[in-house]
Design a protein. Structure first.
Length: 458
């Protein structure tokens, strides 16, 4: 946008154009997006609001009906947001109006089939003017290549010290609760040479740690001919870039191969951190969710990761309140989680998503029951995290300082995903060796050693 002559505003209240990128993974995410749109329009009625992202892809008419929305741009056309924001969306608008008469012929949001089964998506390449907003949404499954803007290496390191490098999008799994495949499309990977170039650009800009991310990160390379594996990507980053630390975000359990575990365990340049989505510890619920592993498969992966990396952070996504989750099945899941060496959990309450198989399942769990189960697992996660943090009292850890200086010190993050507070104000993006002295509410309190680390050994 800066290259197109636009300048960043200090706040949404002062902006002429506001771009809102949305999530739709839960009903709460949709509600938050609508509340944000209403707040922006209330505080700045003259602003042109462009709504994009997953909610825009799933329910464009719903968003277009909100006051203040000028454009709704789905993930299918997110790459055109800049030209629209820069005032060059006129031709796209005419294109949208021109196909308006076809809405009655084909319908909006037709239910169609592809090789992977049924999906609900907007079937028009571009969609008509939905007064007062334009909508520009197409078939997300038509995308066979990853379309992503280059990583913005111009970000100030004072604002962000650990940039995300998105190397994969979309998902070929069909979990019965998940709306994501229908708004993100099929799994698509960034070419290896571009990944290397993006990583080297971040290194040149001064970044020391990058986070590899994707919707289904472990499937990177499977859409190539010949196929490649995620392990090849990680190995290439180690060989052809000077990045000092690679942090791997969420990877599904079946993609934690022995090779990947050994690589993460053996390289000082890869953070000792494994986020392995679980969803449920009940075999019956996993089957209803259409997950591709059984609890004993999952437990074996976690055992291998812990044996290879005794001090690693190991986390999981866990869902409560899935249809059919009885008290007995929840207890089965809770007990399974209790006996695994997790150091943190992301606990979610099931949210019914329109068009997903689980939305039509019988035995929906009452909201108050699901929320109580959420509380139980959050308390269990807090106990596990506290126990993990206690083992580091008196030890030295290597940490990277983050962008936020808090009242009584500077925030930092350890290799194994521990939040550290260092007394005093320190520059961001610096490696430091710290001595852990005590435990905070959700963090560790440390004292920085006299001599900070210049960089990690490569």
């Amino acid at each position: 946008m800066a290259n197109q002559g636009l300048a960043p505003a200090d706040s949404a209240r002062e902006a002429e154009v506001v771009v809102l990128n949305t999530c739709t993974v839960t009903a709460a995410a949709d509600q938050d997006a609508r509340a944000s749109i209403r707040r922006i329009h209330r505080e700045n009625p003259a602003a042109k609001i462009i709504v994009t992202g997953c909610y825009a892809q799933r329910a464009p008419q719903e968003i277009a009906a909100l006051p203040g929305v000028t454009w709704v741009v789905g993930n299918s056309h997110k790459h055109r947001v800049v030209e629209i924001a820069a005032g060059r969306g006129f031709e796209a608008g005419l294109e949208a109006q021109a196909v308006g008469s076809r809405l009655g012929e084909r319908g909006f949001g037709d239910h169609e089939m592809n090789e992977s089964g049924p999906h609900n998506f907007v079937s028009l390449e571009t969609v008509a003017l939905s007064a007062p907003a334009f909508t520009l949404v197409g078939d997300i499954f038509a995308h066979t290549e990853l379309i992503a803007a280059p990583v913005f290496a111009g970000d100030s390191i004072a604002e962000k010290t650990r940039p995300n490098l998105k190397v994969q999008d979309g998902c070929d799994n069909r979990c019965s609760f998940c709306i994501i495949p229908s708004v993100r499309g099929q799994s698509r990977s960034m070419r290896l040479d571009r990944v290397i170039a993006e990583a080297n650009a971040l290194v040149a800009a001064g970044y020391r740690e990058i986070v590899l991310s994707g919707i289904n990160l472990g499937r990177w390379g499977r859409d190539f001919q010949p196929q490649q594996r995620f392990e090849q990507l990680v190995r290439a980053l180690l060989e052809y870039t000077g990045i000092e630390k690679i942090r791997i975000s969420s990877v599904e359990p079946m993609d934690w191969s022995d090779d990947l575990i050994a690589m993460v365990a053996g390289s000082p340049r890869i953070a000792k951190h494994a986020h392995v989505p679980l969803q449920s510890g009940s075999d019956r619920i996993l089957r209803r969710m259409h997950r591709k592993y059984r609890p004993w498969h999952y437990a074996e992966k976690i055992r291998k990761i812990r044996e290879a990396m005794p001090t690693a952070a190991i986390g999981a996504d866990v869902m409560v309140g899935f249809p059919g989750e009885t008290d007995e099945l929840f207890e089965e899941s809770r007990s399974f989680i209790e006996h695994l060496p997790f150091t943190y959990l992301h606990v979610f309450t099931y949210s019914s998503r329109p068009g997903t198989p689980s939305a039509a399942m019988p035995d929906q769990v009452p909201v108050h029951v699901a929320r109580e189960r959420n509380r139980v697992l959050r308390e269990l996660a807090a106990e596990k995290n506290l126990g993990f943090r206690k083992t580091f009292i008196g030890q030295s850890l290597n940490v990277i300082t983050l962008q936020a200086s808090i009242k009584n010190g500077t925030e930092a993050l350890s290799d194994n995903y521990l939040k550290i507070t260092i007394p005093g104000h320190h520059q961001p993006n610096q490696w430091k060796t710290v001595q852990i002295e005590s435990i905070g509410a959700e963090n560790l309190i440390a004292q920085a050693n006299e001599a900070p680390l210049g960089s990690l050994t490569i």
